[in-house]
Design a protein around this ligand. Structure first.
Ligand code: SF4
Ligand code: MG
Length: 293
């Protein structure tokens, strides 16, 4: 049962809200992502007592403040490694990570391949606005080349990277893409990602009306292209091909690109402990305590 890692309760979307009202700019795409998350958590019936929401630094990394859960607002780019530690110490918890394009693919970029290849059981929601919003508008690794920003007053000279292609390449076992303006699709993909046992990566194109005038909500909507109905989500070549074809045509592919079932890191560690004659209910926290001076 793919859902055994989620503790369930019956709640309403409002029950996942905290007393802190979202303090993003009016019209920010991140509001839509948050609504999608409330909806996904409600439909799945995730028990907030068994939910940990972890983020790095950036506008989108504020999201855990608004979600009823345990939470950690960590260092810039380090949400993934912190989430890995939480997951290995408490594999019974549901882990939701949020971050932006700068946090995840610039300063934190070195961590992403390892979350993917180790298949750590967590859901990573990237909120990609193709700009640094919190520091008031500098180009990010996903900014379009010619974008004019404070750091590129005459337009930029670097090609952007594509987060979904990156994650497919490094072996993420669930890769999807959606738009912040499409709350229904965002909620559905986050729900499927949280049900998936393993590392699920959902890229949400989340516009920043304050600092990014070229990748606005209209641009994302007009560029989005749903995957073909007969797209085979178990075929990695088909997923890569869909992304590459979309690039050639200046489009953004949306939908579930790839999904595969394979053992998670905590499952493999538990298996190894059993193989070498250790206790099946070993407690990683006790092992860490042994190492303390
Ligand atoms: Fe959203 Fe941009 Fe405002 Fe940040 S600066 S809250 S990303 S609109
Ligand atoms: Mg950003």
């Amino acid at each position: 049962n793919a859902q055994t890692h989620l503790h369930k309760v019956e709640l309403l979307p409002k029950d996942y809200k905290t007393d802190t009202k979202p303090f993003w700019c009016p019209g920010c795409g991140d509001h839509g992502v948050l609504t999608g998350i409330y909806r996904a958590l409600t439909e799945l019936g995730v028990d907030p007592n068994y939910l940990v929401n972890i983020s790095g630094i950036g506008c989108s990394s504020r999201l855990p403040y608004f979600v009823r859960s345990y939470k950690m607002h960590t260092l810039h780019g380090r949400a993934g490694p912190v989430a890995t530690g939480v997951q290995l110490a408490r594999p019974d918890l549901a882990i939701l990570v949020n971050g932006g394009d700068g946090d995840g693919f610039s300063i934190g970029g070195g961590h992403m391949p390892h979350l993917a290849r180790k298949n750590i059981n967590m859901t990573y929601v990237l909120m990609d606005n193709r700009i640094y919003g919190l520091t008031k508008g500098q180009v990010s690794p996903t900014s379009q080349r010619k974008m004019k920003a404070y750091t590129t007053p005459y337009g930029g000279v670097e090609e952007p990277l594509d987060p979904v292609l990156y994650m497919l390449t490094y072996g993420a076992s669930f890769v999807a893409q959606t738009l912040a303006t499409n709350v229904k699709m965002t909620a559905q993909l986050i729900k499927e990602g949280m049900e998936h046992k393993g590392f699920s990566f959902i890229s949400v194109m989340s516009h920043c009306p304050t600092f990014n005038a070229i990748d606005d909500a209209k641009f994302f909507k007009e560029s989005a292209e749903e995957l073909q109905e007969n797209h085979d989500v178990s075929d990695i070549d088909a997923a890569m091909h869909a992304v590459n074809m979309a690039h050639k045509n200046g489009r953004i592919p949306v939908g579930l690109l790839f999904r595969e079932e394979r053992p998670t890191l905590d499952e493999r560690m538990a298996e190894l402990v059993k193989q070498v004659g250790g206790s099946p209910d070993y407690d990683l926290r006790k092992i860490i305590d042994l190492a303390r001076p």
